[in-house]
Design a protein around this ligand. Structure first.
Ligand code: KDG
Length: 337
């Protein structure tokens, strides 16, 4: 009898320990991160989001569990920005062009023909200029961690090849919801139609708009080749993405957690830029194989476009951004000399 009682006691002790162990395990909740983005899962943006989640889990021993939501399933870029500000979502990656309603200075990255190549873009974005711009997000409830590459933007449309400025006359061209893009394409003679990215494919498919402009990686991953015939390589703007964190959530993190998140974001940045650049050439070949008629716009015509778009730059400058533009130009001149 005595042994039976002892065994029962030992068993119940083990059960208690096991339960408390399970309880301890159940009590441990990894920090959940909802990371929203606008492009398809199979895109440079989606691959970088996956890389970030894996790197973060590895770097922190699964202390963070990042769940990625692509194809604007958590909302458009502006909607996700607002969700972060309100604390309803932890992270996103968005186009800097959609941030101008929160910090108008981000419109400087939308000015046409500013960056000559990716090297210049990386140096400005990752250097003091880009970091100073990021700092302006903090009192708006956002933390900018790093910039990723959307890339150099090119024109597509269903009407005709754009070989010269005049070919844009009357084309209903979807642009991002951003005054610089609207002013730029109006100056080219296009009928600029601001529209959220998530509505773009349907707008092209139904003929609501005739064309759009995006990097070749996006044209491929968003299947625009299915509804666009002509691709004209202009590289008229270098477009960054920015990885954002909700400041409400960020402020609850420890110093080590912030350090880990920043380090993973930087590792994902380096992965994403390489992936985007390695993919761009393949994307262009893919688009040709899918039947897109591709033309390279001549330097002479690009100079005409740049000169014609000066009005958009001047309008942006006159809206309180003269010093910002001068600062960017000084940084670029230093790099080029
Ligand atoms: O959510 C989509 C954005 O991240 C970005 O791709 C936007 O380039 C963009 C566009 O044309 O809207």
């Amino acid at each position: 009898m005595k042994n039976l009682i002892t065994s029962l006691f030992v068993l119940s002790a083990f059960a208690g320990l096991a339960a408390s162990g399970v309880a301890a395990a159940a009590d441990y909740q990894p920090r959940i991160i909802r990371f929203g983005y606008g492009l398809a899962e199979e895109s440079n943006q989606g691959r970088a989001a996956k890389f970030l989640a894996e790197d973060l889990a590895k770097r922190t021993g699964n202390k963070f569990k990042m769940k990625s939501f692509g194809s604007a399933s958590l909302g458009s870029d502006p909607q996700m920005q607002n969700a972060l500000i309100g604390g309803a979502q932890e992270m996103t990656v968005v186009s800097t062009a959609t941030l101008v309603g929160i910090v108008s200075d981000f419109g400087v990255y939308d000015l046409p023909f500013v960056f000559g190549n990716e090297r210049e873009a990386d140096a400005i974005l990752d250097g003091p200029f880009g970091q100073a711009l990021n700092a302006k997000l903090q009192d708006k409830g956002l933390v900018g961690l790093v910039y990723w590459e959307n890339g150099f933007r090119n024109l597509t449309n269903s009407k005709r090849p754009v070989t010269k400025l005049e070919d844009m006359q009357g084309i209903k061209l979807r642009v991002m919801q951003n005054p610089v893009y609207i002013d730029m394409f109006k100056s080219f003679g296009a009928n600029a139609v601001p529209l959220a990215f998530s509505e773009l494919f349907t707008a092209l498919e139904t003929g609501t708009v005739d064309g759009q402009e995006n990097p070749v990686n996006t044209i491929q991953s968003s299947k625009f080749y299915e509804v666009q015939k002509f691709l004209s390589l202009t590289k008229h703007v270098y477009s960054p993405w920015i990885v954002l964190v909700s400041k409400k959530w960020w402020d609850k993190l420890s110093a080590d957690e912030k350090k880990a998140l920043q380090a993973s974001a930087e590792a994902a940045r380096d992965f994403e830029r390489k992936d985007s650049r390695d993919s761009a050439g393949k994307a262009l070949e893919f688009l040709k194989q899918k039947g897109m008629q591709v033309n390279v716009v001549s330097d002479k015509e690009l100079v005409r476009m740049r000169d014609t778009s000066r009005g958009a730059m001047q309008k942006f400058a006159s809206d309180g951004h003269v010093a910002l533009i001068k600062d960017l130009q000084t940084n670029l001149e230093k790099m080029r000399n």
